[in-house]
Design a binder for this molecule. Structure first.
Ligand SMILES: Cc1cc2nc3c(=O)[nH]c(=O)nc-3n(C[C@H](O)[C@H](O)[C@H](O)COP(=O)(O)OP(=O)(O)OC[C@H]3O[C@@H](n4cnc5c(N)ncnc54)[C@H](O)[C@@H]3O)c2cc1C
Length: 498
């Protein structure tokens, strides 16, 4: 067992929020920190993998929110790092909707269905507004018609599971613009994190060699008191810190991976339970040759099936990686969990059947498949947080509020940008700023309590006439306050400078 070494701050998790939090601390001279990451690399839900000869992004793929008045900070980082990106034009997707016999729905029908779905979604939203006191509840709202046909189900899936701006004002689009850029760089989205880390951790030739980052350290217990936090990892190591910043995802916080001693208060656990966890799965398929229509207006295409979300949303990777012959299909929630539970071969069979329905029986079989499992990954337990549209602000406040010396961060603590990389990035910065403020206040409290404890002594010494020898051997007099400090510390009054 490692002997406990006290750090100023321990950051649990090295995803974008943990890294941005650490960077802010380093910039404010908090050098004595430690980052404990459960997996074997930094990045968390920003993770690339080599597949079919290129780098594919298993987690975050897009920089969402570009082109607005205000600049998205992640877009800025990408620009500074020279990250290669491709603009994603989703607007044509609605005109590339295939039925089960491979026919593309005529654009008139597609546009009508789309309009109907948007109107219905807006109606639903109004009803929700009414229920949340935003509008006049006494007004009678028409119930929105629910999607029934395959095309309606497909459009409903695209509108809701892909959060399209037509339906609801999305803070990301409002603040940063509604353009989205796909990261298509061999170095991966995670390159942005390495660039951030370089500024405060010791790195060499693209490797992080700083002992303040410890990989494969699964935090299992946080024992916290008013004096500090003891952090125990799965391999039996114990670390001690004045403060902890916990960046584990909402799914992890809802699981029992990390136990808290004493347990988290009820207001905290109840708030954590109220936030939904979305599962979003991008399945990559590599083919020996291309058989789908090319061009940027054909990049996204939709399969209309009577089961909602059944291999609905497709993308070819020709714009991102010309000649790669890779298709990506996105599943969410129930379909993601179902696919995670079955073998990749079964998933391949299902996907091929769908593709043969769209493009005919003669298309070649995929030669490789990659199915990420975010739901079953115990360090993630899902893809991202999802708050109801009209969330009670108290829930988000409670989710991000510190409990004693444990500070919470991560995309789920960002009220405006939860679910996004920039949400995680900005949350890390906010959390560290809040912690720095708390550290400043603690220092102030210590100075005050020190003065308070010293006052009687100073009054006493002030009434005495000191000889030169007395003054020099001041040590002698320090013993009293030192003991006082010790006992006050035991009482939890202060951890005064000893
Ligand atoms: C499939 C998918 C697609 C996405 N697409 C996009 C997109 O296109 N654009 C976009 O902006 N966002 C997207 N997101 C969301 C985005 O990836 C996240 O919002 C963001 O990366 C979250 O960062 P984070 O730091 O909050 O959490 P994480 O990245 O999850 O970081 C938390 C870290 O904590 C570690 N950890 C967990 N438990 C422990 C423990 N007990 N001990 C030690 N370490 C622990 C984890 O291993 C992880 O590294 C997507 C996510 C997924 C999964």
């Amino acid at each position: 067992m490692e002997s406990p070494t006290r750090c100023s701050v321990i950051i649990v998790g090295a995803g974008v929020s943990g890294i941005s939090a650490a960077k802010v601390l380093a910039e404010n001279d908090v050098e004595n920190m430690l980052i404990l990451e459960a997996s074997d690399k930094i990045g968390g839900r920003i993770r690339k993998e080599s597949f079919g000869g290129v780098s594919v992004e298993l987690g975050a793929g897009w920089i969402a929110g570009v082109g607005g008045k205000e600049s998205n900070p992640v877009w800025e980082l990408a620009r500074q790092s020279g990250l290669r990106t491709c603009f994603s034009d989703y607007s044509n997707a609605r005109y590339n909707i295939y039925d089960r016999s491979g026919k593309i729905f005529p654009s008139g029908i597609a546009a009508d269905s789309y309009k109907k779905a948007v109107d219905s979604a807006i109606q639903k939203l109004r009803n929700q507004q009414g229920n949340h006191g935003v509008a006049d509840v006494s007004k009678l709202y028409e119930p929105p018609s629910s999607p029934k046909t395959p095309i309606e189900l497909a459009i409903d899936f695209i509108l809701h599971d892909f959060e399209m701006a037509e339906v609801e004002p999305i803070s990301t689009y409002v603040d940063f613009g509604d353009r989205e850029f796909l990261v298509a760089d061999e170095r991966g989205y995670e390159y942005l994190l390495y660039k951030m880390v370089e500024s405060f951790l010791f790195t060499s030739e693209g490797k992080i060699l700083d002992s303040r980052l410890k990989l494969n350290k699964v935090v299992r217990e946080l024992q916290h008191s008013r004096n500090g936090v003891l952090v125990t990892t799965e391999d039996g190591c114990v670390y001690e810190a004045n403060y902890v910043i916990l960046s584990a995802s909402i799914g992890v916080l809802q699981s029992n991976l990390i136990s808290f001693k004493p347990p988290l208060p009820r207001w905290k656990t109840e708030a954590l339970e109220k936030c939904d966890v979305m599962v979003y799965t991008k399945i990559f398929l590599k083919f020996p040759c291309k058989f789908w229509p090319c061009g940027s207006e054909k990049e996204f295409f939709i399969y209309a099936h009577e089961r909602r979300g059944y291999y609905t949303f497709w993308q070819h990777m020709d714009n991102a990686y010309p000649g790669s012959n890779i298709l990506v299909v996105t599943l969410t929630n129930g379909e993601s969990k179902r696919v995670e539970a079955q073998s990749d071969q079964e998933t391949l069979k299902e996907a091929m059947e769908v593709l043969r329905n769209m493009f005919g029986p003669d298309i070649p079989d995929a030669i490789d498949i990659l199915v990420p499992r975010w739901w079953n990954n115990r360090f993630q337990c899902g893809s991202y947080s999802n708050y109801p549209i009209y969330v009670n602000h108290q829930i988000v406040d409670d989710i991000k509020a510190p409990v004693g010396r444990i500070f919470f961060t991560g995309e789920h603590t960002s009220e405006r940008f939860n679910g996004y990389v920039h949400g995680g990035y900005l949350a890390g910065i906010d959390t560290s700023k809040a912690l720095l403020e708390e550290m400043r206040k603690e220092k102030e409290r210590k100075t005050e309590s020190q003065t308070f404890l010293l006052e009687p002594l100073l009054a006493l010494t002030g009434s005495l006439t000191l000889t030169q020898t007395d003054a020099v051997s001041g040590l002698h007099k320090c013993e009293i306050p030192r003991q006082l400090f010790l006992s006050s510390n035991k009482l939890g009054l202060s951890e005064a400078i000893l």
